[in-house]
Write a protein of this length. Structure first.
Ligand SMILES: Cc1cc2nc3c(=O)[nH]c(=O)nc-3n(C[C@H](O)[C@H](O)[C@H](O)COP(=O)(O)O)c2cc1C
Length: 222
């Protein structure tokens, strides 16, 4: 059964419009964001798919002027970090699965996960994730967390906000500002708010024939 607990805030754009019209916002007006809207954006991320449904993402929402200022300093002084209504710092917890595996399986069983799958997953998930090097763990977390961040970005656009995804930050400095546990890996920041001034130019996208193949590399999609 779908989770329909949260009621929808206003929808100002369809998903196709949000996808086609979204720009990486260059500057924000800094007006506070209503909690209900922020929760709707976050909730969209929490509904993203993830490997084994492990949901290894963790988010720190920064809204206070003091924390935004410090986060800006940890993000190569990018002004939009301080100007945004909220900055969602998207992290992955490399140790999350150790704590969450049983809970994930319990939720799964409640939703109809077959007992045979649950029993098998308990071993295979542990074996798979415990075999990772640091680099493999970070690569795995990047995949999972970026899907959740993208869900949030598009939900924000659909309900009338402007957004800016950011990778320009220093891992150690963000760790320090947010007092993150050692097992956390900062993947990206998502600034949310309302555009201030002119929007960014449209940088264009490559033709589909440049980036999409059919059946095998090099063959055009018919
Ligand atoms: C993962 C990721 C990281 C990015 N990091 C930054 C950043 O640190 N600073 C910035 O100004 N823009 C950043 N951008 C925005 C891109 O430059 C922008 O999305 C791209 O130029 C295409 O423009 P558009 O999103 O307006 O279509 C980032 C985008 C992505 C997806």
């Amino acid at each position: 059964m779908k989770n329909t607990k949260r009621t929808m805030a206003k929808i100002t754009k369809t998903l196709p419009q949000a996808i086609m019209e979204r720009r990486a916002t260059p500057s924000f007006d800094g007006a506070p964001i209503p909690t209900e809207d922020l929760k709707q954006i976050l909730d969209a991320g929490l509904h993203a798919p993830s490997g084994y449904n492990m949901q290894p993402w963790r988010f720190v929402v920064v809204q206070s002027p003091e924390q935004k200022k410090k986060l800006r300093a940890a993000s190569y002084n990018q002004a939009k970090v301080e100007e945004a209504s909220a900055v969602i710092v998207a992290c992955g917890d490399a140790d999350g699965w150790r704590k969450d595996l049983d809970l994930m399986l319990q939720m799964g069983r409640e939703g109809g996960m077959p007992e045979s799958y649950a029993a098998q997953a308990k071993t295979s998930v542990s074996n798979f994730l415990s075999s990772f090097t640091h680099e493999q763990s970070h690569a795995w977390l990047n995949k999972q967390v970026m899907i959740a961040l993208t869900h949030m970005m598009l939900m924000a656009e659909v309900i009338g906000y402007d957004t800016a995804p950011m990778e320009g930050f220093e891992q150690d400095k963000v760790h320090e500002v947010l007092r993150l546990p050692m097992s956390y890996w900062v993947v990206a920041l998502l600034a949310v708010g309302h555009l201030n001034g002119p929007d960014k130019y449209y940088g264009g996208r490559f033709e589909m024939s440049h980036t999409v193949f059919g059946e095998e590399f090099g063959k055009p999609l018919k």
